[in-house]
Design a protein around this ligand. Structure first.
Ligand SMILES: [Zn+2]
Length: 710
């Protein structure tokens, strides 16, 4: 079978397919990312035309022709009618519609063999994969160019320069504007949403946006910081935020209004008119804003958390209360603020300027959730550990050195048995000032309840249990709906008792705001639905894109453009089907599954289960803890062969019997094996040894089981 193609070298075809039709002279000053790059400007292969901005359009010209402009990167016209496959590059023939008749008049065309086509495809794929690999692994442009120079003698179709390979943006000056205190680049909310829709198989009727604004320092040795405005679409499967705009300067933006103006203008239009893609209009709705307390104060134009009247949810501290050198918030029943009272700026003590986000139609109290990553993990949990460890806080609650050593030993013991879902293994208490937010989260929701037992006094331990239970309820999608009001009771008691146990010193903003968490959960979903964890990951990724101190904003801009042009998108990490790994023949087996294949690990969308300690405990029938002995691929699906425990008891009774949360002490393992369908497993559990008062571990048969909060 023959195919009709333009007679051009493969590398030329590839290069032209990546170029756009805008001609601009390279701006050397703007393009001084590295010396190799500048020298490549004289390379004929590097003489392609850069694409402009992040505009995205796709025009459907009927069933027979499709003009695929994509991100402004490809200007190739595809015809499928009358030929097996015809590809015409419009740099040769222009973009005007071409029918079958005009093909004969094109000079320089020839019939190609199937083998040529296969080779072309192979080369294109290799070039794309190499570019994507370089980008995904954050390989510098100069290193990638070095690799190309090594490969090129063997693979002459490769471009000479990494800029050409990755379709790097040559001009960035026109995308950056000066704003008060630094530079700002607006990539666009509608552009980001359009790209997201194009990645998605189906177009939803409505998109619910969650916005994050935060600042991160870019370098240890300078004060330059990056302030991205990020967006996550809550009701779509891709759970990776995209960048709406970025500010970069030596300090935070000098004017919040100026920094946010372009975003606010664009968001107002989208919220009113929706987004039209491929002649289909999708409604756009604001779900929430997720920021730390300082950023919230900055973008709302209110007092920062160290000031009087700074609580965003109630009017506590209206006339100020100071303890030592800090403002404290002792009241737990002050009148609540409302969206209406915020709009009317009813409390003059609360506002310091007109809200920079106005006239964005959102609830400035209800839709600005208190992010528990900053508030509770880095705030309350860290404060408690520092009080126990010292040297801050009252002496009466401080643990002795031996207790701290024991606590660290217990944590290090658990570090060998953590499930793969944990982002980090527990570290010593001595390193607490270097703990990340996720380590405080794991301590608060999982390990703390076990390792603090017999270390803290009963009073302090029970007080910690109020936080442990309430946070486990509020983090869980299911439990937060069932026990929301109960969690509120526990948190109010936690805050009241904190004053008695730890003194006024503890009644700072973070601890006070615990009493408002449940209201936010009622409006916005469980705590993980409006937490900054997902945005922190994105901020970390953006920071890694900066390889050197010069022009950091331009560097990030180029990398984001390369990602978009190469369609290197972070996946949502959702698995449609469970994946089985590591086949074996070691049993144990049941007679009815003698034809089944045995595996050591299975990965589902929610968790990874295996036959080894740390990852082999599940809840069967929704509430019975069990250990996995084998994983089978049977005719009717994936089956786990499980064994139950001889004894299952409540692990604690205060503030409620632990079995209500499916938390248990278990002892001894039964011999009878139960086949359980993988689809019926809702929860994986951690299964940790129990620590005794005097020795590290009670025995090798008694364990503490608590479900992962998926
Ligand atoms: Zn308050």
């Amino acid at each position: 079978m023959k195919k009709f193609k333009v007679e051009k070298s493969r590398s030329t075809l590839w290069r032209e397919s990546r170029s756009s039709n805008v001609s601009l002279q390279p701006e050397i000053d703007d393009y001084a990312e590295n010396s190799v790059a500048v020298s490549e400007l004289s390379d004929p292969l590097a003489d392609f035309i850069p694409c402009e901005g992040f505009g995205d359009s796709n025009t459907d010209v009927g069933n027979h022709q499709r003009l695929d402009v994509g991100l402004g990167l490809s200007n190739t016209v595809h015809f499928t009618d009358g030929f097996d496959s015809l590809v015409v590059n419009d740099s040769s023939v222009g973009a005007s519609p071409i029918g079958e008749d005009c093909c004969d008049s094109i000079v320089g065309w020839r019939w190609l063999d199937d083998d040529d086509d296969v080779d072309c495809e192979f080369e294109d794929n290799l070039v794309h994969d190499l570019a994507a690999w370089s980008l995904k692994n954050n390989i510098s442009l100069s290193a990638t160019t070095g690799l190309l120079s090594i490969l090129k003698p063997c693979l002459p179709f490769l471009p000479k320069s990494a800029h050409t390979l990755r379709n790097s943006l040559r001009h960035t000056l026109h995308l950056i504007q000066d704003v008060n205190g630094g530079e700002y680049c607006h990539l666009g909310l509608s552009n980001g949403l359009t790209q997201l829709l194009r990645q998605n198989q189906t177009i939803p009727k409505q998109m619910e946006l969650q916005i994050n604004v935060d600042g991160i320092p870019l370098f240890k040795s300078s004060s330059i910081s990056l302030w991205p405005i990020l967006c996550l679409v809550k009701n779509m499967p891709v759970k990776v935020p995209f960048v709406i705009g970025m500010f970069c300067g030596k300090e935070k933006p000098g004017s919040a209004s100026e920094f946010l103006a372009t975003f606010v203008e664009e968001a107002c239009i989208l919220l009113k008119d929706g987004l039209t893609v491929d002649q289909q209009t999708v409604r756009v709705k604001m779900h929430s804003f997720v920021c730390d307390a300082l950023a919230r104060a900055f973008i709302k134009g209110i007092k920062s958390p160290s000031g009087y009247s700074s609580c965003e949810k109630c009017t506590v501290g209206l006339y100020g209360e100071r303890y030592g050198n800090k403002v404290i918030f002792p009241s737990i029943n002050s009148p609540l603020r409302t969206d209406e009272s915020f709009d009317a700026m009813a409390d003059e003590e609360h506002h310091i300027r007109a809200c920079p986000l106005r006239p964005l139609p959102v609830g400035y109290v209800t839709q600005f959730g208190l992010d528990y990553m900053h508030l509770v993990c880095l705030g309350v949990m860290q404060r408690l550990i520092l009080y126990w460890k010292g040297p801050v806080g009252p002496l009466e609650v401080r643990l002795g050195r031996k207790m701290i050593v024991d606590l660290s030993s217990r944590l290090l013991h658990l570090s060998q048995l953590v499930p793969v879902e944990f982002a980090r293994r527990p570290r010593s208490i001595d390193e607490v000032l270097r703990w990340k937010a996720t380590e405080f989260r794991e301590f608060m929701l999982y390990s703390g309840v076990l390792v603090l037992r017999h270390i803290l006094s009963d009073e302090l331990y029970n007080h910690f249990m109020l936080l442990f239970v309430s946070m486990r309820i509020l983090v869980s999608q299911q439990l937060s709906q069932q026990y929301c009001d109960y969690a509120n009771e526990l948190l109010v008691k936690f805050v009241s008792d904190a004053q008695v146990l730890y003194g006024n010193d503890i009644l700072v903003y973070n601890v006070h705001c615990l009493i408002h968490l449940v209201n936010d959960v009622k409006h916005l979903g469980c705590l993980d639905d409006f937490s900054a964890f997902i945005f922190e990951n994105k901020l970390g990724c953006l920071k890694k894109l900066v390889h050197k101190p010069q022009q950091p904003l331009q560097q990030i801009l180029r990398r984001l453009h390369e990602e978009a042009s190469l369609e290197v998108h972070a996946s949502s990490c959702t698995l449609e089907e469970p994946t089985l790994m590591f086949e074996h023949h070691n049993g144990p087996m049941l007679q009815q599954f003698c034809d089944a294949t045995q595996y050591k690990r299975v990965q589902t969308d929610a968790f990874s289960l295996s036959l080894t300690e740390g990852n082999n405990c599940v809840l069967i029938n929704g509430c019975v803890p069990a250990l996995i002995r084998n994983i089978l691929k049977a005719k009717k699906g994936i089956v786990l062969l499980c064994v139950k425990f001889v004894s299952v008891q409540d692990a604690f009774a205060f503030p409620l019997p632990s079995s209500r949360l499916n938390i248990y002490f278990v002892r001894g393992v039964c011999t009878e094996i139960y086949p359980i369908s993988l689809t019926s497993i809702a929860h994986k559990c951690v299964c940790w040894p129990v620590f005794s008062r005097h020795n590290l571990v009670v025995d090798d048969e008694t364990f503490f089981v608590l479900p992962l909060l998926h």
